[in-house]
Write a protein that binds this ligand. Sequence first.
Ligand code: SAH
Length: 212
Amino acid sequence: MSDFAAQRARMVEHQLRERGIEDERVLAAMGEVPREEFVGERRREMAYADAALPIGSEQTISQPWIVAAILQALELQGEETVLEIGTGSGYSTCLLGRLSEHVVSVERHAGLARLAAEHLRTCRAQNVELMVGDGSRGVPARAPFDAIAVHAAAPAAPPALLEQLADGGRMVVPVADGSEEMLTVLRRRGNEFETVALAPCRFVPLIGAEGF
Ligand code: SAH
C-alpha cells in the first residue's frame, strides 16, 4: 500500500468512522479519492491532516470530517443530480461525482475552477460539470436538483437554492448567525423545509447576490 493510501485508510477509520460517519458509500468514496491530488504540490504531505488546508485565493479545502458530514447528510444513492456551490479544489466535487449520477458545480474564482478542472481530470471524474460564477443564485436552467451542497457560509439558506431543490431533496449549507456558524440540513416536503442543525462549523463566506 502506498504511503498516501495508508494515510487515507487511517483517516477513514479514525477521523470519520470513529466520529460517527456511518454511510458506507461515503466511507468507501473517501477511502478511494486521493485527497493529496487536490491540495497542491506543497501541501501533499499534509493532505490527510485532521484540518482544513489553504488552497490559494484565500480559500480552503474543508476538513475531511466536515466533507463526510455534508456527503452523509445528502443521503445519496447514486441516481441523483446534485448542485454544488464552491468547487474550491474539486475534492468534494470528485466525491459527489462518485456518489451520484451527475454533478453541476459552481465556483466564483476562475483560477480555482481551472485548477479544480485539472485535478478532476487527474482523477478521471467524468460526470461533473464545472461552471464559473455566483452560485448563490443556483443554476435555474438545470433545476430541480435532488441534492444541493453549499461549501461557503451564508447568512441564511439562499432562497433561490431552496426553490431549485426537488421535492424530497436535501440541501446542506453552513448558516452564519453573528459569530456562530452551523452546518444545517434542509429537507424539502412540498413547500415546507424540515431543518436540522448538524454541527458547528467554520467556512469561508458565500460571496454573492444571496450570500454576503
Ligand atoms: N468544496 C471545496 C472547498 C470549497 S471552499 C473543496 O473540496 O476544496 C468554498 C469555496 O466557495 C471557495 O472556493 C469560494 O471561492 C467559493 N465561493 C464563495 N462564494 C461563492 C459563490 N457565490 N458562488 C460560487 N462559489 C463561491
